[in-house]
Design a protein around this ligand. Structure first.
Ligand code: COA
Length: 385
């Protein structure tokens, strides 16, 4: 049976960040609440020139080349920061990256689950068309509002994944366990540009869905969870994944518990610095694990837990392939994170408020550090450069 999975991954986040020490001081909170209690050191600050489409183009352009461009005939854009109620972000992206026009290109939404939905659909497609490739995107801006409880869990960025047969980085299990239920833990009514969230309730549901789907996977497919080298989580803030991990740890030996905790630390290095990417968070955590773990080898199995509020959960297994080491060696993700510019709280607040875009036509100054930018609206049509 042909193996299908992630052949390449590209990551992008804009070049500004807010330090959680600065935010805590300004919001009159103990910094340790943010650094330890929430598990975040910094968050990317997203200028208006970097909408979901521009960030996706910046991430995907890193993995598109002449060897794969024309083989991609499926483009799935997972986002909850869509730029139009009708036209999909995938079509904008296809045009910006000069992708194959003989393709299916569309957008999907189920909160932070969108990229996983795309990845699983792409897997099924490539299984029956092994000579083709699919581009799957998770791109979002996590906005909760100034001085809200969720402010410390903001951030943004994009993940782009090339899905292919005989993948370089990770193959994906044929089997998967999933669960969905109508839950009002996090939502964003039409016309709201910040999310509404019941954060503590969301945390409870996330843990329940994690325990249900990981056990369902193990029971239905007779899978021994001791085979897992690591478990990666959707990480809106990194403490959330740690709390879920602690729920399952008592089911393992002490040695295995230590191993899973060590690998979890590697899987949250980048997320602690970037903050919440919504759809991309889980896959940034996977990148973080690959780049930062000192213990991984080809053949290692990684449990992958995806969660989208509202709510959808899914657990599946990834098996590392030889090429994951090349990704690790490239060092480009760390560079992108380390080279960002620190904003003070006033500067961050200004950028945040600029995110409330006016109606009608307007211009936005492009961010020179980014290859692709949203530059405004002309004749009521979005413009990119
Ligand atoms: N030192 C260390 N830890 C501290 C601390 C201190 N000085 N002060 C508080 N903490 C800990 C708390 O004990 C708590 O830890 P726990 O979760 O293990 O119990 C944690 O910090 C957070 O404190 P809490 O009082 O619960 O914070 P809060 O009421 O301000 O809300 C969130 C935190 C995460 C619920 C809130 O930021 C939120 O709603 N974010 C959005 C979450 C989201 O997006 N959910 C949906 C996506 S899946």
């Amino acid at each position: 049976m042909t193996e299908v999975g992630i052949d390449k991954i590209g990551f992008f986040t804009p070049n500004f960040y807010l330090d959680m020490n600065d935010l805590a001081e300004d919001r009159n909170e103990d910094p340790n609440k943010y650094l330890i209690g929430i598990g975040q050191n910094k968050q990317s600050v997203i200028p208006s020139s970097q909408d979901a489409v521009a960030m996706a183009a910046n991430a995907a352009s890193k993995i598109i080349d002449e060897t794969n461009r024309n083989k991609i005939d499926l483009i799935i854009f997972g986002t909850e920061s869509g730029v139009d109620n009708s036209k999909s972000a995938a079509i904008y992206l296809q045009n910006l990256l000069n992708l194959n026009k003989n393709a299916r290109a569309f957008e999907i939404k189920q909160a932070c689950y969108g990229a996983t939905a795309g990845l699983q659909m792409a897997k099924e497609y490539i299984k029956s068309h092994p000579d083709k490739k699919a581009l799957v995107i998770g791109s979002d801006i996590a906005r909760y509002g100034l001085k809200t409880a969720g402010e410390v869990t903001q951030g943004g960025g994009a993940i782009a994944m090339l899905i292919s047969s005989n993948p370089n980085i990770m193959s994906i299990s044929d089997d998967s366990a999933f669960h969905s239920e109508d839950i009002m833990d996090f939502w964003r009514p039409l016309k709201n540009n910040v999310a509404l969230v019941d954060g503590h309730y969301s945390n409870d549901i996330y843990e329940q869905f994690f325990m249900k789907t990981i056990h369902d996977y193990s029971d239905k497919f007779n899978y021994d969870l001791n085979n897992l080298k690591a478990i990666t989580f959707h990480l809106p803030y990194t403490k959330m994944g740690l709390k879920a991990l602690h729920k399952i740890l008592p089911e393992f030996s002490q040695t295995k518990q230590n191993e899973l905790l060590t690998e979890f630390e590697s899987s949250r290095v980048y997320n602690k610095e970037v903050g919440n990417l919504y759809t991309g968070s889980l896959y940034l955590s996977l990148l973080s694990l690959i780049d930062n773990s000192k213990n991984l080898k080809p053949g290692d199995q990684v449990g992958i837990f995806s969660y989208g509020s509202g709510a959808q959960g899914e657990f599946y297994i990834g098996t590392l392939k030889d090429g994951f080491k090349d990704l690790k060696r490239s060092n480009s993700n760390l560079k992108l994170i380390e080279e960002r510019t620190r904003l003070n709280v006033d500067e961050y607040e200004k950028v945040f408020l600029d995110g409330d875009l006016p109606d009608g036509n307007f211009e936005i100054t492009p961010n020179k550090k980014a290859r692709f930018n949203f530059i405004g609206v002309k004749d009521l049509k979005r413009q990119y450069k």
